[in-house]
Each structure stands twice: as C-alpha cells, then as structure tokens.
Design a protein around this ligand. Sequence first.
Ligand code: HEM
Length: 158
Amino acid sequence: MTNVIIIFIHLLAAGTALGSLLYCLKVYLPVVEKGQTERDENSPAYKMLDLLAPTVFASLLILIGTGVYYLLENYSAQVGLKPGYYNLFGTKMVFVAGAFFTSMYVTFSLRIHISDLDLSPENKKRVPETLRKMIGLSKMTMWMVAIALFLGIWLARY
Ligand code: HEM
C-alpha cells in the first residue's frame, strides 16, 4: 500500500511538471505572443514564467523526495534486481539532475532578476534577454523531465 501511495505522488508530480511545462511553453505562450515582437516585465511571458518556474521546481523536489523514499522503503528487495537496472537508474538520474539545476537557476536566479527590478533597476535593459534565457532553459527542463519520465516507466517494467 505504501508503495502505491509513493508512486501515485511520484506520478502526480511528474504529470504536474511535464504537463505545466508542455501547456505553458507549447500551447499558451505561442498563442498569447502571436504578433508580439518585444518582451518586457509586463509581458505574458514573464507572468507565466513567474508561476511556472516555482511549480516545476516544487514538483522536482517532490519527485526526488518520493523517489528516494521509494528506494528506502524497498531497499531489501533491491538485491534481486536484474543486471542493468542501475544503469537505467543512473541514466535517469543524469536527466533528473539536469532538470533540477536548470529549473533551480530559472526559479532562483533569472526570475529574481526581473521580480527585483525596483531594487536593481540596472537589470531593466536586460529583461528581454533574461526572458529569452528563461524560456530556453525551461524548454531544456521540459525535455529532460520527459526523458526522465520515459526512463522511469522503463525502470518500473525492467
Ligand atoms: C524528473 C524527475 C522524475 C520523473 C519524471 C520520474 C518519473 C517516474 C515514472 C514515470 C516512474 C514509473 C512509475 C510506474 O510506472 O510505476 C518512476 C519510477 C521510479 N522512480 Fe522516478 N521520476 C523522477 C525522479 C526520480 C528520482 C529523483 C528518483 C530517486 C532518487 C526516482 C526513483 C524512482 C524509482 C525507484 C521508481 C520505481 C522503479 C521500479 O518500480 O523499479 N525518480 N519515476
């Protein structure tokens, strides 16, 4: 029963991370930015990323927490695993680490450059460039989460 609950939360967080990234970057943003050339701190791109970035980061924290807890709960069953399980697991962790650090950088560094404009007005001229970087890195996070999701499903059926 505990395993079912842990994996349920793991999958819920994976769905939230990938679902929100896909919807915001591939559906919402292209629609609201149609015909718009310049971005600034009032543009929909920033309003969207200001919510998306912490949501994805929190989901990744939940994924790491539930993943580690699952391993701890089942550690005595880990001895009978087929060879190659940990190769797959290690590959998944590379993508998880990549997604974690890009998401952390967007959430706690780039996002703050824009939200703190009244304290650091010198950042104002760099807003379009910062938003471009935030979108690019969020797309990278999206691909890494998608690959980690695929590897997670493979892992569970290995
Ligand atoms: C981007 C982050 C992650 C995503 C998208 C992800 C996704 C998934 C998915 C889809 C499953 C399959 C569940 C099932 O079908 O039953 C899974 C299983 C699992 N994940 Fe993750 N996961 C992530 C991060 C992590 C982390 C950080 C850990 C551990 C430190 C972890 C450990 C596990 C374990 C142990 C399983 C079960 C494998 C088995 O049943 O043998 N995951 N994950």
